[in-house]
Design a protein around this ligand. Structure first.
Ligand code: SF4
Length: 408
């Protein structure tokens, strides 16, 4: 019991005799035993059953769990004191025991003229993470709202074109810190998020446990379909197989950025430990295991990887490992201090045409909110040069910038 209390300081001390309530509290405490002492206990991310067990452990009736579930996931309230449907005494007890909903304040908002919104959330330990909301109207006039969420504070992989990688790495996000990004986007847009892409700051496969927990919560509790979610990776050895074993119905997006190992290593240094052949074999296995095709992301960097020869080589590589692959071309968004340039439209078109004539389906990602510091990590770097807060970091929130133009 002591060790359980050490990890999860729910008010178990009040329970002195083994009883159904004790058993419920113990089993609930066990389920959150990965929390460290310095972290708050958060309600966001708990299932309806967890919330029921929590309510019982506080001496409440089981239906309180249902109420909590409704207030967190349907009403999407930020603060326990807003739960006016539950008794004040229970709200106070929860807070006194260190429970919070688990929602972080929005530290900064940047709105681009095309409606893309980038938020900085300020986490409990003062670290800042980015999350982006991208509204897209389809031909029939209905609007999709995509949330691009971060999975780490910073990123240890240091891809050469990436503002996040340049800022270094601090820590993995907890699962609720991923889920809350989606809720923050919904709050700002005042509408439901329809799609989630794990393509923000960080490498999701280096924080797979929390990413899977967040994916589960977004699917079961926030009710976003698995097929509406995409998990992206630059490639981390042994993780694609692990992900495949969960048989999710979500898309796996692999960031290739080069058609051969030699060039890829110059753009994605971590590729040295994961040869391209091994990565492609794992993608093939992923498809076999899940029946879900893998899509490939390719950032086009002018004069580096955007020649037609690169496209032809890429098509050959993809055909060698299966068929029906999709390539998403991303014309590079220039970032401060980067040696890379944005490719000309003509080069993008020629690259895309070369892939299509090799029977590879291709899309060119429309650059959204270019001036809204749209490249991953750019906005965060404006405020916090490294993921570790220092005295020199400008941590004063600023008013939303509503005047940004989009040129992409
Ligand atoms: S591109 Fe992704 S994996 Fe690479 S450094 Fe940036 S956040 Fe990390």
């Amino acid at each position: 019991m002591m060790s359980l209390l050490h990890h999860c300081s729910m008010p178990l001390a009040r329970v002195v005799r083994p009883s159904p309530r004790t058993r419920a509290a113990v089993s609930f405490a066990t389920s959150c035993s990965t929390r460290t002492n310095s972290q708050s206990q958060v309600l966001l991310g708990l299932s309806e059953n967890d919330l029921q067990q929590l309510s019982l452990s506080f001496g409440q009736q089981g239906f309180r769990g249902k109420q909590l579930y409704h207030l967190i996931y349907k009403r999407k309230l930020r603060d326990i004191q807003e739960f006016i449907q539950v008794p004040q005494a229970f709200r106070n007890e929860l807070e006194e025991a260190g429970w919070k909903v688990g929602r972080s304040p929005i530290f900064n908002t940047v709105v681009a003229a095309d409606g893309t919104v980038k938020l900085l959330l300020k986490l409990e330990d003062n670290r800042l993470i980015e999350t982006v909301g991208i509204p897209v109207e389809d031909d029939k006039g209905s609007v999709r709202l995509t949330a691009c969420v971060s999975s780490q504070v910073g990123c240890p992989l240091r891809c050469s074109f990436c503002a996040t990688g340049k800022g270094g790495f601090s820590r993995n996000l907890r699962s609720h810190e991923i889920v809350e990004q989606v809720l923050a986007i919904e709050e700002v847009f005042k509408r439901r998020v329809t799609n989630v892409v794990f393509m923000g700051m960080g490498e999701p496969m280096l924080n797979l446990k929390a990413v899977l927990e967040a994916h589960h919560c977004l699917n079961k509790d926030i009710q976003i379909g698995q097929r509406m979610m995409t998990i992206s990776t630059v490639g981390v050895p042994n993780t694609i197989k692990k992900l495949a074993s969960h048989k999710l119905q979500s898309t796996l997006a692999v960031s290739l950025h080069a058609p051969n190992q030699k060039l890829r290593e110059t753009i994605v240094p971590s590729a040295k430990s994961y040869p391209l052949d091994a990565l492609m074999s794992d993608c093939k296995e992923y498809f076999k295991e899940t029946n879900r095709r893998v899509s490939f992301e390719y950032a086009l960097l002018a004069g580096i990887n955007d020649a037609v020869e690169h496209a032809v080589e890429l098509a050959k590589l993809l055909h060698a490992y299966g068929s029906g692959y999709h390539v998403n071309l991303i014309p590079f968004n220039p970032i401060e201090g980067s040696e890379y340039r944005r490719p000309y439209r003509k080069a993008v078109q020629a690259f895309s045409d070369a892939l299509e004539s090799s029977k590879i389906t291709v899309s060119v990602r429309q650059t959204r909110g270019l001036d809204a510091n749209a490249a991953c990590g750019q906005l965060r770097n404006n405020f916090q040069k490294t993921p570790l807060a220092t005295d020199s970091d400008n941590l004063e929130p600023q008013l939303p910038n509503m005047d940004l133009a989009v040129t992409g």
